[in-house]
Ligand binder design. Structure first.
Ligand code: UDP
Length: 415
């Protein structure tokens, strides 16, 4: 087993300034962040995850880290490395933890631990607060010594029905943390450590979410051969079976009998998800030769294209079978889009049925709700506006940063 670098180095964090957020969230909120940051002076916070690009965790850290630095917080972001064997095993854990079948081999646990051990030896763990994201690096808790700071496990995935074999193994490590953060009350487990609820968030000023010129959106549609004059249904997600892209195609086919619409399925891959290309093949096979289905394989870093496709969509779909939170839903709601999404994981916290979007439980249900929105554009528009307001109130990066800072201040006050 070699420690092949399956991932690039963490991205160079672009400088960011919190001043730009005053207009959106108010000066008081930003002043609170500054006051919390002052209380962390001289203390370091460390974030550790398994990919620098692709997926929701990297998306958040790419924005959170520079903003925390703008506040004067000393924050470090480390990305663990591992060979393909490690990421295949962690993906099988991920699938099993979200309730899928598990057919791993007994030695998988050894390989998992060996890679964690290599990363433990490679990285520095002397921060006042260390936040370990998701199962991949969970065993880094072995680096904890008597002089260590506080260790928090931040779980982003849907743990409501975990496979018992995999959860039992991971739990022995989770129990050794000072606390665990989950994205929904449904995911919390019976644990003897404190549990915290942090809804994930989006950055309204990031390229992924900022306003775009209509001309740029038009150019993106033209580049991909999408007709702006007919309704566009879009699901933007990694090609992952949990996102059910084939189910989206089936729902589209039902809608297509009533509306001359197009479907955009756009996504790239994440460096910690080796299954993407197989799922993409399944999607292409299901799409067949329908010229109105656009399966777009995006490069891992395409925020402006994603932004444009989300803004161009008539209806945004997120037909996940399991979902930690679904930042793609947050992004669509922020853009004022009507959303049809599955009632799973963290999605119902965002899509409040008939208030900020429509929920569905099946292919047929998804198709039904899309048809409803296409035939009631006024209601679709109102849901989108209410969705944007909901995101403003609850799911912006400033609230998320506040939670991390508050938790850190709290932990350090009780050490
Ligand atoms: N995303 C991306 N490129 C893609 C597909 C998704 O940058 O090809 C982004 C998407 O815009 C969102 C994040 O990756 O910000 C996905 O987060 P989500 O919580 O929806 O799902 P995850 O991939 O973490 O399961």
């Amino acid at each position: 087993m070699s420690l092949a670098t399956h991932d690039g180095p963490p991205p160079a964090h672009k400088p960011a300034s919190l001043d730009g957020y005053v207009e959106l969230v108010g000066a008081e909120e930003i002043n609170e962040l500054r006051a919390l940051a002052r209380r962390l002076e001289g203390k370091e916070i460390q974030m550790v995850n398994s990919t620098a690009v692709g997926g929701g965790v990297a998306e958040i850290l790419n924005r959170l880290v520079p903003l925390a630095r703008d506040l004067g917080v000393t924050i470090r972001w480390d990305v663990i490395t591992g060979g393909l064997d490690f990421f295949e095993i962690t993906k099988s854990f991920h699938n099993a933890l979200q309730g899928g079948p598990y057919q791993g081999k007994p030695e998988d646990f050894e390989i998992f631990l060996a890679y964690n051990e290599q990363n433990r030896a490679r990285l520095r763990f002397d921060a006042a607060v260390t936040v370990i994201h998701d199962p991949q690096p969970v065993a880094l808790i072995n680096a904890r010594s008597n002089h260590s700071g506080h260790w928090i496990w931040r779980c982003h995935i849907d743990l409501s029905r975990p496979n018992p074999t995999v959860w039992k193994f991971l739990e022995t490590y989770v129990l050794r943390y000072d606390g665990a953060i989950f994205s929904s009350p449904d995911f919390s487990r019976q644990l003897p450590i404190p549990q915290y609820l942090f809804y994930p968030s989006i950055d309204p000023l990031a390229e992924k979410n900022r306003e775009l010129e209509p001309e740029f959106i038009r150019q993106v549609l033209e580049r991909y051969g999408i007709d702006p004059s007919r309704p566009i249904l879009a699901q933007i997600s990694r090609f992952d079976r949990w996102k059910d892209p084939v189910g989206v195609i089936r729902a589209y086919r039902i809608v297509k009998k009533y509306f001359d619409c197009q479907l955009v399925l756009a996504g790239g891959s994440a460096t910690d998800d080796p299954e993407g290309s197989a799922v993409l093949e399944e999607v292409r096979a299901a799409a067949g030769d329908d010229p109105d289905i656009h399966v777009l394989e995006l490069p891992p870093w395409s925020p402006l294209e994603i932004n444009a496709l989300q803004r161009a969509a008539t209806v945004v779909i997120q037909k996940s079978l399991r979902e930690g939170f679904g930042l793609t839903v947050t992004e669509a709601l922020w853009k004022g889009k009507p959303v049809v999404a599955s009632a799973v994981g963290g999605i119902p916290a965002q899509v409040i049925h008939k208030h900020t979007g429509l929920l569905a439980h099946s292919v047929e249900g998804t198709a039904y709700q899309i048809r409803f929105l296409l035939s009631h554009p006024d209601i679709a528009q109102r849901l989108g506006q209410q969705g944007r307001h909901h995101v403003l109130e609850h799911f912006l990066i400033t609230s998320y940063l506040k939670r991390y800072l508050t938790l850190s201040v709290h932990l350090l006050a009780h050490c």
